[in-house]
Design a protein around this ligand. Sequence first.
Ligand code: FMN
Length: 166
Amino acid sequence: MSEDEFRAAMARLAAGVVLVTAHDVEDGPAGEDVGMTATSFLSVSLDPPLVMVSVREGSRMDDLLAEQPLWAASVLTAGQRQIAGRFAMKGRISDRLLFADLPVRRGGHSGAPLVEGALATLECRTEQRVTAGDHTLVIGRVLATTTATTKDGPLAYFRGSYRHLA
Ligand SMILES: Cc1cc2nc3c(=O)[nH]c(=O)nc-3n(C[C@H](O)[C@H](O)[C@H](O)COP(=O)(O)O)c2cc1C
């Protein structure tokens, strides 16, 4: 099986899209916020409440979450597709500009930015990190959640494109 065949098979699994965020606590409140678009986010356990995200080894989010345990995920709406696009760009040096005009509030448990208008937000503390091939599975205990009922449905990703549920 080639990498293309693997990609093509997985591209047919429709997925929800989250923005994973964390605040670099090293510099205190002035520290930088980092964001990463992800589809590998899933629920792992109910008791205790655990979720997981698979983060590419060597990415800025991987580097940051190796240093500190607190992070968050915002479940994006179809109308927030631009946010997903911006936080998926490769080779960004800093996310400061991307966060500058993004409506967020800071999570009380994680200090991470939570996207205003997201369908749900989950603040997490990493319990376990597992190296899996070229990714790190970051398993987090859910500290707090918010949910919203908006008319806007979820953002989905299927066969290489953003979609909304019709
Ligand atoms: C729809 C979509 C889903 C993605 N899902 C993941 C994911 O689950 N894990 C991951 O590490 N990267 C994922 N990416 C890629 C990251 O968003 C992207 O590599 C990262 O933001 C770029 O930062 P970096 O240069 O530090 O890697 C995804 C990209 C897109 C467009």
